[in-house]
Design a protein around this ligand. Structure first.
Ligand code: IMP
Ligand code: MG
Length: 185
């Protein structure tokens, strides 16, 4: 599916617009994978996948990354429906051995930046050799905190709209879409 294609009629009640088609997602992933491969070629980086929203992105990025790397998973939750609750719950970090590792945080979207900031605060204590971030989407929003971390690799910058698909949900729905779409509120 291409960006701007009509929304398949079966999803038309939930999605108003195909914001990023699967073909564009695949293209950007292959570009970023090449850049990461160049930078991390002999470092065996650890892709630290923030579930659940990054699941599709991480699976595709990992398969496009032509160097040895490992995958680990943590869980972060902040949203209730389309609203950020302002409280971030991070699970699974304590059981990981990250000391000395080159960590690449794989996130679905940066909105207020609270999740990444809290994650950075926790990751700074684990003794990683380096910490970089790779985000599928960066929302253009005035809600971003001044102290939000700068994302190292952003695949797409999007307007301040609530989006679903390609891993992103609204109350657990619509993650399975192969494209990123604007949620019909
Ligand atoms: P932040 O902490 O406000 O930056 O938001 C980060 C998390 O909120 C993301 O990792 C998503 O899981 C979720 N989120 C933010 N905006 C959206 C959206 O438009 N659609 C779906 N999830 C979102
Ligand atoms: Mg997320």
């Amino acid at each position: 599916m291409q960006t701007g294609d009509p929304v398949p009629s079966i999803w038309a009640d939930d999605v108003s617009e195909v914001l990023i088609g699967s073909a564009d997602i695949a293209l950007r992933i292959s570009q970023v994978a090449q850049a990461l491969a160049h930078h991390y070629c002999s470092l065996n980086p650890l892709l630290l996948v923030v579930l659940k929203g990054s699941v599709m992105f991480a699976a595709d990025l990992s398969r496009a990354l032509p160097i040895p790397h490992e995958l680990e998973f943590i869980r972060a939750k902040s949203y209730d429906g389309t609203q950020s609750t302002g409280t971030i719950h991070i699970q699974g970090l304590e059981s990981l051995a990250l000391s000395g590792r080159h960590v690449i945080v794989i996130e679905d979207i940066i909105d207020t930046g609270l999740t990444l900031r809290q994650l950075y605060n926790s990751l700074n204590k684990v003794g990683a050799a380096s910490i970089k971030t790779c985000c599928l989407l960066e929302k253009d929003t005035a809600r971003r905190g001044k102290d939000a971390p700068v994302v190292d690799h952003v695949l797409f910058r999007i307007p301040d709209k609530y989006v679903v698909g390609y891993g992103l949900d609204c109350d657990q729905r619509l993650r399975h879409l192969s494209f990123v779409g604007v949620y019909r509120q």
